[in-house]
Design a protein around this ligand. Structure first.
Ligand code: SF4
Length: 414
């Protein structure tokens, strides 16, 4: 086992400094030499081989790497960029998109880490002349957490009404993939999925097991899925990240520290609801700071326990959102479509938050934003929320008018 500062036999180090402008100058130790290596290194050897073989396929379908900031997608990113850097420029023919998604309510420390890594990669792209573009997707302003919660009055998401994952994660990433597939004909999506991450991930992974390296995505036409680290064990991932410096410079120590501080798992890149079972569960601790799908938040609590006390007010705000969710006096009787819902069992299902509660949530959120000095809501979201309020008032007035007319009330006031 190498000591800190050294590297396993089958790895290499790419110093990112001004002196390095050509891949041939990379310090490289026999990329495919697998003599005298451990099981873990052997696994990595085969993964590197797969990445290399797939990249060398005789077509130019772009690769899209879904980067969540977590350990697994970091490893995929590391291996791909490492491979690109090892190639002569003439062989770096396949364009690669590195895509992260910002739900706009991400855990602040995680998002800061994601942005910092993406900036490092952008520098590496220039330094090494790599065919990589870096992008951050985010939900349509009309579909953000705050616009739906405060603007439309949707009750905070829970296990039965998890309206957030599709709008805030799946749609932005899927739209990006569809656009690229339209431009290029077909694309290959690289995911850091591992079978042993959880039972749910194993079940999700099994859906794509067609025996070949690439699998057609089950809901995105023209998109193939490549999961290079599918069979890797968790300890192999950590060992690799601990012992290898990223090809874009720096180290993976900040990532390792983040996991320690958050105390656990991650919210992976998701492109379908089947991929998303861990989003908003107790095993996912890197998700949105507002996540009310989990009974007890793990990520913010982990950070607060690790000394980031500035997040305590956010944690309290999120807990308050859960508290008020089912208070009957805060909810309208009718749903947004005007219907009153009573289930087959005779249970009344209340509608969205009423206007005064929506105003109260926005006021409290703006207070929290100014006290915490963190960007918690964007002005464009506030503008859209106000538009929705006006629309709701008009719809509600028209609905009342209609009811009064149907009851024969004279409503033609001067
Ligand atoms: S982390 Fe929670 S709030 Fe965010 S998308 Fe997933 S389930 Fe929804």
């Amino acid at each position: 086992m190498p000591i800190e500062g050294e590297f396993p036999n089958n790895s290499y180090v790419v110093p990112l400094d001004n002196t390095l402008s050509n891949s041939h100058e990379v310090q490289k130790q026999s990329y495919f030499d697998n003599s005298n290596i451990t099981d873990s290194e052997n696994n990595l050897f085969h993964i590197r081989q797969e990445v290399s073989d797939e990249y060398a396929e005789p077509h130019e379908k772009p690769w899209i790497i879904g980067y969540s900031g977590g350990k697994d997608s970091t490893l995929v990113l590391h291996l791909v960029i490492e491979h690109l850097v090892s190639l002569p420029r003439s062989e770096r023919v396949r364009p690669i998109h590195v895509v992260a998604n910002d739900t706009l309510v991400e855990s602040p420390l995680v998002m800061a880490h994601v942005k910092s890594v993406l900036n490092e990669i952008k520098k590496a792209v220039l330094a090494f002349d790599l065919p990589i573009v870096v992008n951050i997707t985010s939900p349509d302003i009309d579909q953000t957490f705050w616009v739906n919660l405060i603007g439309r009055g949707y009750p905070t998401p829970n296990r039965n009404f998890r309206w957030c994952t599709d709008r805030m994660k799946i749609r932005p990433t899927s739209t990006y993939i569809r656009e690229q597939a339209k431009i290029s004909g077909e694309v290959i999506l690289l995911l850091g999925v591992r079978r042993n991450e959880s039972r749910a991930r194993a079940a999700s992974a099994a859906k794509y097991d067609n025996g070949s390296r690439l699998n057609q995505h089950n809901s995105l036409p023209g998109c193939y899925v490549f999961r290079p680290i599918l069979e890797l064990e968790t300890e192999d991932v950590w060992e690799f990240l601990a012992l290898n410096k990223p090809p874009w410079g720096g180290s993976h120590q900040r990532l390792i520290q983040l996991y320690r501080e958050a105390g656990g798992g991650e919210c992976p890149v998701v492109t379908s609801l089947q991929d998303a079972p861990s989003c908003g569960t107790t095993s996912s601790r890197f998700g949105c700071w507002t996540c009310t799908v989990v009974e007890k938040d793990k990520s913010l609590t982990g950070f607060v326990d690790s000394g980031f006390e500035q997040f305590l007010p956010l944690l309290n705000f999120r807990d308050w959102l859960i508290e008020i969710r089912n208070e009957p006096e805060r909810r309208l009787a009718r749903r947004r479509n005007g219907r009153v819902t009573i289930t087959n069992k005779g249970i009344f299902v209340p509608g969205p938050f009423n206007m005064s509660t929506r105003h109260e949530i926005l006021d409290r959120l703006l207070d929290l934003q100014s006290q915490s000095k963190m960007d918690l809501i964007q002005q464009t979201e506030i503008d859209r929320i106000r538009e929705l309020w006006v629309e709701d008032v008009i719809v509600s007035a028209e609905r009342n008018l209609k009811v009064q007319r149907s009851l024969g009330v004279n409503v033609n006031h001067a």
